[in-house]
Design a binder for this molecule. Structure first.
Ligand code: ADP
Ligand code: MG
Length: 594
């Protein structure tokens, strides 16, 4: 016999989808509080939220006549038509959170709107209304949830320890507090304040209050808009990095998300700026047209699906590159020293990390073939109007000034190793060897990718001896050499002559390069293997500028000119910085002038 389920059973089943653990409840209630327009939200939990969750807001409240309705499934004040589904601006919209939560807990709601003189208190146990009475209370809503799953004990055993549950809640609240720097958030766990933000709208101060990490004071801002999508937030300079992605927080239209697509953009944005296996600290806020994404693929709404994933990868990558390309983002000496103290964060260690040239080449290829519209590095205007329900940056968000080599006065070099320079407010040390590696590397890649190879004929051809076994496999390796601008002719049974070389190499560099290359092939290495290219670059730089080479001022100028022309002038191909700065302020501090 077919029967319609009793309401209380149906509610319990449906509740299972929304209420998985205490975090799910906190999330729904906090999102409701945000949607209510509150500028102050307090969350209190006990026992990891299993026995007690309180969320208090000073938002619009619920009219007393509608309070009971709020607990009905699919009751929402946020959606009226099906068309609204495509352009959801508020956080909750399914209209099932309160119903679901109330079905599996003891719920007490106290609420009052500013229009009404008195508020109302509703008590619901397992979905049954126990009490509904008028009460005097401030404007806004307080909801207290106790005894999660008291009526479905089987589900209690899927809950983790108190501390495991509370840490999820703390993580979530930390992130949401950042998404809404204009809302004062306070989190209380077991009677202690975990954190409390000021609600002044200053993003960096919110990050500092929530994470309480001194080193985050050195994060640098980014703000980049392209094609109607905007990315802003704060990211670490290459001098600060971690061994995991845990310090990367992403928001899309105000919602905390996890996203492989955004992660990919971050990796690309930092490519060659960090050693492999290091992850930057990022707080990224993406704003995109809600119709261009699907947030509803999972009821917990942590995953997003972008209609155009590549568009988001590029947005993140270019935004980060722009942020890292500002004056402010240049690595400071004190950052490096700090990083060394905290070895966890020490990226400039001796470890030798390989360059993933394959990846670099393939992305560069993609860039070339796709021919994206020219990217405009727009210096952001004053932020647009601020709504409470939208994440926004501080109004005093500093102007992003791109680093420009033309502002530098080159003053000389020290130890035959470091070029010295200054601008109005900083002193710079430029590592001439790292610079040369960068320049050489980019020329090599550019040459490899260009349609027309800039070759130069040489008067005395270079003789390249090649063991027979290697010659046998010439189909494997010869093309790559030609791609780089060499031209070779067979010369006898086990040799080639090189009559043309890439224009950017000197004859001796070219000879070194080709010979090293063949040695690598002999060793069974494939070209474009990261290790090979790495060795090639290092070895071919042998006779070029390196440490302990005293350069003339003319040579210094020429080297910096070439660096300036690089796509990524800030680091060598292995992720070491090409230059670092010491600010005037730091110098004055060292002399105890300030
Ligand atoms: P949804 O948020 O998807 O609309 P909920 O079940 O979470 O569904 O909430 C139902 C309705 O109750 C909301 O649409 C809103 O009108 C009202 N509501 C819930 N929480 C609050 C709150 N903290 N302040 C004001 N109104 C609220
Ligand atoms: Mg809701």
């Amino acid at each position: 016999m077919i029967k319609v389920l009793e309401k209380s059973i149906a509610d319990k089943i449906a509740a299972g989808e929304v209420v998985e653990r205490p975090l799910s409840i906190v999330k729904e209630l906090v999102e409701n509080a945000i949607d209510s327009g509150a500028n102050s939200i307090v969350v209190e939990i006990k026992n990891g939220g299993k026995t007690y969750i309180r969320v208090t807001d000073n938002g619009c409240g619920i009219p007393s006549a509608e309070v009971e309705m709020a607990f009905l499934r699919h009751a929402t004040s946020k959606i009226v038509t099906a068309a609204d589904l495509n352009s959801i601006e508020t956080l909750g919209f399914r209209g099932e959170a309160l119903a679901s939560i109330a079905a599996v807990t003891r719920t007490e709601l106290v609420t009052k709107t500013s229009e009404e003189k008195a508020g109302v208190k509703v008590i619901i146990h397992g979905g049954e209304i126990i009490e509904n009475i008028g009460i005097g209370c401030p404007d806004g809503t307080t909801i207290v949830i106790s005894d999660l799953f008291y009526n479905t004990p089987a589900r209690q055993k899927f809950l983790k320890s108190d501390s495991a549950e509370s840490s999820r809640i703390i993580e979530f609240l930390s992130q949401i507090a950042l998404a809404y720097p204009r809302i004062k958030f306070r989190l209380i766990n077991k009677g202690d304040i975990v954190f409390s933000t000021t609600g002044t709208g200053d993003m960096l101060s919110a990050i500092m209050s929530v994470y309480q990490q001194k080193e985050y004071a050195d994060l640098v801002p980014l703000d980049y808009t392209y094609n109607g999508n905007r990315i802003n937030g704060f990211i670490s300079r290459p001098s600060l990095s971690k061994t995991t992605r845990k310090s990367q927080v992403f928001f899309v239209n105000g919602r905390v998300v996890s996203s492989k697509v955004i992660e990919k953009g971050v990796t690309e944005g930092y490519s060659e700026r960090l050693f492999e296996g290091r992850f930057p600290v990022t707080f990224l806020f993406i704003e995109t047209n809600p119709s261009k994404l699907d947030v509803n693929i999972h009821p917990n709404k942590r995953e997003v699906r972008f209609d155009d994933e590549q568009e988001i990868v590029s947005l993140v990558r270019e935004g980060i590159k722009q942020g890292l390309g500002t004056k402010e983002a240049v690595v400071e000496m004190r950052n490096v020293f700090k990083a060394e103290e905290a070895s966890e964060n020490n990226i400039f260690s001796k470890e030798d990390t390989q360059v993933d040239i394959k990846q670099i080449l393939s992305t560069k290829r993609a860039e070339l073939t796709v021919k994206e519209n020219p990217v405009s590095y727009v210096v952001p205007e004053e932020p647009t109007t601020i709504q409470n329900s939208k994440p926004t940056l501080s109004i005093e968000s500093p102007k992003l000034i791109p680093f420009d080599f033309r502002d530098l006065t080159l003053t000389g070099s020290i130890f035959g190793t470091y070029i010295t320079a200054t601008d109005d407010t900083n002193f710079y040390l430029i590592d001439q060897h790292a610079v040369h590696e960068r320049v050489f590397y980019e020329q090599l890649v550019t040459e490899y990718l260009s349609e027309e190879k800039a070759r130069q004929p040489i008067l005395t051809p270079i003789l390249l001896e090649v063991p027979l076994a290697t010659k046998e496999t010439e189909y494997d390796w010869m093309d790559a050499l030609i791609e780089m601008g060499f031209s070779l002719e067979l010369f006898g049974p086990s040799a080639y002559v090189i009559r043309e070389i890439p224009t950017f190499m000197t004859i001796s560099e070219a000879e070194d390069f080709a010979k090293t290359y063949i040695e690598q092939v002999e060793d069974g290495e494939h070209l474009l293997n990261t290790v090979v290219i790495n060795k090639l670059i290092t070895k071919s730089c042998k006779r070029a500028v390196k440490a302990h080479d005293y350069l003339s001022m003319e040579e210094i100028h020429a080297l910096i000119q070439s660096l300036m022309a690089c796509k990524n002038p800030f680091s060598c191909p292995h992720g070491r910085p090409t230059f670092i700065k010491l600010s005037n302020y730091e110098i004055e501090r060292m002399f105890k002038r300030v």
